[in-house]
Design a protein around this ligand. Sequence first.
Ligand code: S3P
Length: 166
Amino acid sequence: MKLILIGFMGSGKSTVGKLLGQRHSLPVIDLDQAIEEAASQTIPAIFATHGETYFRKLEHQVLATVIDQPGILATGGGTPLRADNQALLQNAAVPIIHLRANAKETLSRLGNTQNRPLAKGLDQAGIEALKKQRHQAYQACANYTIETNLLSPMEVALAIEARVPF
Ligand code: S3P
């Protein structure tokens, strides 16, 4: 890996990852997509049929297989929660960028989400509470945090480029 993006659902990891991949001709691995390919099931279907614990195990296994591949990794919003995932991310020894947005902005970006089981039905207060619960885990992993509330994906990409040599 050259760069790892972490952050809450809707923080822009996948969008910004793709943009950086295009700009620097680097492969992009989207962990959620890699999990869906490994399971031959969508994430909502994995949650519905096997539950979150099973999803987290799979997420860990897939992370362990992709972490040494070249390019940019866009993680899932819950990836940094497990200590063993934190260790995998940190041992990659590449910049880990935490993308942040406030709860109001997160809610508007997620919209009426059907493909994120853990965000389904959450209002702004619910998002705020989950973000708070996770804050520590993101901070423990991150080398840089970027506040994305007022930034377009391109502006976020530029902010990353200003911090990380490509
Ligand atoms: C999750 C975030 C999702 C996905 C799964 C669980 C989470 O990824 O991995 O639905 O626990 O926050 P995105 O952050 O890409 O939506």
